[in-house]
Design a protein around this ligand. Sequence first.
Ligand SMILES: CC(C)(COP(=O)(O)OP(=O)(O)OC[C@H]1O[C@@H](n2cnc3c(N)ncnc32)[C@H](O)[C@@H]1OP(=O)(O)O)[C@@H](O)C(=O)NCCC(=O)NCCS
Length: 404
Amino acid sequence: MPYRIRLCRSMEELGRAVGAIGHYFGWVPAPQDVERFSRVLPPKRMHAAFDGDAIVGGAGVFPFELTIPGGPIRCAGVTVVGVLPTHRRRGLLSRLMRAQLDDVHERGEPLAALFASEPTIYGRFGYGLAALEYRMALPRTHAALRQGLPARVGGVRLVDHDEALSTFPRVYERVRRVSPGFLSRSRTWWELRRLRDDHRPPGSGPLNRALFELDGRPRGYALYRIADQEEEDGWTRRLRVVEAIGVDALATREVWRFLLEVDWMEDIRAWLLPIDHPLIHLVAHPDRLRLRADTGLWTRLVDVGTALSARSYACDGRVAFAVRDAFCPWNDGTWALADGLAKRSRRSADLALDVGSLGAAFLGGFSFAQLARAGLVEELRRGGIARADALFATDRQPWCPEIF
Ligand SMILES: CC(C)(COP(=O)(O)OP(=O)(O)OC[C@H]1O[C@@H](n2cnc3c(N)ncnc32)[C@H](O)[C@@H]1OP(=O)(O)O)[C@@H](O)C(=O)NCCC(=O)NCCS
């Protein structure tokens, strides 16, 4: 029997479609899980793959905004993608991606973004790796800010859920608007996906919410857990940072001062840090951060013209891209960028590249020169790469502080 792909029409279908990825986490979504999930991802944003009446795969979209250089734009946050092991490698993911990208395009969302379980999966659908992330594991014995920094200012308080809900989003919102890679969070998102604490990772204690205030105003926060685990040579306490954000340099420093000074920890662990995180310059022993780079956010330009026109550029200039997009052929062809607007062009292009490479450069995480050194960008006119890089230059690396 041929498989069918379509959007879910009920909560019950949503639950079964999410169950495909749930299978790989050992998780069977209960009705209350599905009801909660539907508040951030309604059934009409979830595609399901049917084998007869059985749902054997699914792929969903959080309809949020993602900040790009210049500000937030609508973005399809691709998530809960899975095909049951009984139906793997029969083309169901490809068909789900086809239906999903067509739907995203029709809805006018110019960009899609995701975190990939494996980097081998999404390139074929036009996604490009747009950001790296750092993981750190700093031994507490070397956890100190470096000498010569300003003395402690302001204060940190541990707050309850409700106070976190009324203060953290204000901090986040200020940072989000100017930080490429940040996603918009509704109140429901905060409640369900950031501050909820009924599913603790094994061995982890409760979610702690630390608020940093200066002159009585919220300026930063940290969410963290303490994990007390038995290891070979005894019990080890780890401070696991879930998210730490400050509105400016001072607040970032004070939030991290607080996290690094919590006594009796073996180490302080964090992940999803941008690779230009100021912490590297703030600690006494950057060599002890034990930084490990990993792949972060992937982006896909669903509508090249709209996405390029929505972005801001570092200078005036013109550049024309010959874009190859086999999966979304409406993007295929030459796009000329001038005065911040991208239009189809008959001009000969300066650069040729796949849409995935344009996605990799879009947030400013990778330069065209870098991609050219990997053989992914071809310079068709002398100086084209330098011109494109001057336009796309950003003052910070993309940072998505949350896996979705
Ligand atoms: C990843 C997953 C969704 C793939 O689904 P699928 O239906 O088997 O994929 P398809 O049959 O449509 O494969 C399409 C192509 O991608 C390739 N592919 C699929 N999964 C891949 C993987 N994990 N690594 C490398 N290539 C992969 C296939 O070989 C095929 O290549 P081809 O077109 O050159 O023949 C499925 O294996 C799965 O659910 N995995 C566990 C959960 C997971 O990782 N989900 C993704 C979360 S981000």
